[in-house]
Design a protein around this ligand. Sequence first.
Ligand code: GLG
Length: 843
Amino acid sequence: VEASIPEPQRQAWLKHQITGFEDKDDFEKQVVRHVETTLARSMFNCDETAAYAATSLAFRDRLVIEWNRTQQRQTFADSKRVYYLSLEFLMGRALDNAMLNIGLKDVAQSGLSDLGFRVEDIIQQEHDAALGNGGLGRLAACFLDSLASLNYPAWGYGLRYRYGIFKQEIIDGYQVEVPDYWLDFNPWEFPRHDVTVDIQFYGSVNKTTDDTGKITAHWEGGDTVRAVAYDVPIPGFATPSTNNLRLWSSKAASGEFDFQKFNNGDYESSVGDQQRAETISAVLYPNDNLDRGKELRLKQQYFWVAASLYDIVRRFKKTKRAWREFPDQVAIQLNDTHPTLAIVELQRILIDLEGLDWDDAWSIVQKTFGYTNHTVLPEALEKWSVGLFQHLLPRHLQIIYDINMYFLQFVERSFPQDRDMLRRVSIIEESQPKMVRMAYLAIVGSHKVNGVAELHSDLIRTTIFKDFVAIYGPDKFVNVTNGITPRRWLHQANPGLSDLIASKAGGSEHFLKDLTLLNKIELSVDDPAFRKEWAAIKLANKTRLADYIKATTGVEVSPKALFDVQVKRIHEYKRQQMNIFGVIHRYLTLKAQTPAERKKAQPRVNIFGGKAAPGYWMAKQIIHLINSVGAVVNNDPDIGDALKVIFLEDYNVSKAEMIIPASDLSEHISTAGTEASGTSNMKFVLNGGLIIGTCDGANIEITREIGEENIFLFGNLAEDVDDLRHNHTYGGDHKVDASLQKVFAAIESGTFGSAQDFSGMITAVRDHGDFYLVSDDFHSYLETQDLVDKVYADQETWVTKCITSVARMGFFSSDRCINEYAEEIWNIEPLKPESAAGISKGE
Ligand code: GLG
């Protein structure tokens, strides 16, 4: 590769090695230069928006230099790369992250202060990159941070949605969705108008036979849409490695518009073609853990997968290696089933376009892919109708049929005569209409399938994918417990705590790269000075949130109260309804008390946040009830500071960074067996808050790590859920707990506004089988909340629990998680900058 660089360019590259700013003076010069030239504004009227833009551009310059070097290094080293395919990357803000990962935030801070700005205000100017719904999308973002920080040669591939997840407004207690147009000014992306791929849809398949009798399929006709690459640099922490996130944007393949139509006077329809093409990458589907089966969504999936694979294959072909070496050079991870078509597309490229035999091709495909499952909820498991496939991707449907045929033949050899097994595991579900089961296709086309926490991985092995374990053996199914990046979720979100920990754990560059060093702080658990600082940091974080609550909702809350937080997507399985029923119970209890008794109660602020999918009626009802309860409780003079109920509008990544460090207690209370992992549970504990939770997802491993004396667990176990549900329906005596009855009575008597508005939530529990076991767990939930009050009253004990828990959270770094993927699934090694330094200097 090196030899192919023309000599004059090589010389210029060596002679003019450009560098970014290094010190404050340099930084200021760069900012002023960007304001005056790039932004074409005068430094005399530089507002915070312009200061944000120029600061970002100054940091971007530095990033881009390292990014180019990293790409060169990877090309020269020619080692295996991993490609992370995800329909969602919930990145949040980039500037603060870039400053901290590069390690020059202090320089920016004093430079900006010289120019008359506060760095915190400048950071706040940035719009979140909100290209995801919840945990799955944020996990992808944490993984990118770890991949770069650990120097893995890795790319992310996704879609460049013009509209990210909608913005949530609360109007009269109801959620209202507002479009999130975030691309007005985005200094963090580079359009690559020269990196395009034309993607085909619809059309038909013709088969030809050559002299040797070999049949080749040709996918012809149909529509073409152009994919344009937009690249986003991903900085590693305390390493020059800077990886690439490539997002595809759609546009019409024929340029501006169809000139033929234009010349025929059909201007409108030529513009229409353009708009139809752009629609593909226009908007993120706002559903979390729900598959709606819309044609446009399948189009998004194929568009993104086909463009990404074209790119990956093009990069591989440059190395001139034999096809069988493809899996030694390329690992592709499927984030959920959304990119499963990549399996079919690679098989198509290999057999239709590259002329490989089916078996050779298929063996390459299986070695290349790994599939991560994120949920066992049936409504989230993707299925597409055969008819839709036939129409949109006719050649892919044929290949899926062939994959299925060979797979079923293979199954039949091990399970002769087991017709029911064949029916159960078939990639094609024999329903009306017939459906393609994407998870099954993903399993069959991958060499490893992983769940995201131990319980979840056990559940997929014993329930939804049980037959596949019997077919392939247990080794194909592995667990990789999720993790979070401590750079964003401690260092960036909670600088006070991060510094305090760093002072005991060998400095930030060390413990933020090896989170197990957190255990060093356990030695200081009894050190009064350390404890005092610890408590002061928590109080400062709570005060900051209290100020924000006052500014956004008008409600005054005391930072001394216990902050009890549940922030996540609103979903019945996550049971925000149980939380708010518990809050109502607390309110009724307080109301029944004398003023003297009330004075003794532990003051609480119950904070909620989260979006409901626009079409999820029950979730919207839950939001409405929370807001209605808040309106009553917060204005009840009997109650005062004893209880406040807050709904924070538009929960997103940047708000999480403020809310999480301010929590005393956070709620992770899903029905056992429904939350695959959860990742905010990890963030809350890492930031010195305790958890009330069920034995579900990663709560179980958090308990194992921090000790059961440091977590408030309650509720039924996953193994008992089926029987309990069965009892609700067929037991005939489904009894609702007496305290829950009182809560229902209060709602139904109109205490929180029109009872009718909330009848769905009540009947779901009382009359419709209580699928999420709210009534079964309610009693133990209330008892455990009482225990929380008691423990909190003893602040010394509480602080000890918090410090001990943080000390034991090292396991939950996404670095640990990524290293496990690298070793067990990808078979890939880091590429350290030092080892390749000679090459990048051109020596
Ligand atoms: C899923 C699950 C979460 C999980 C996350 C990341 O619901 O439990 O933590 O992925 O694996 N759809 C999701 O957010």
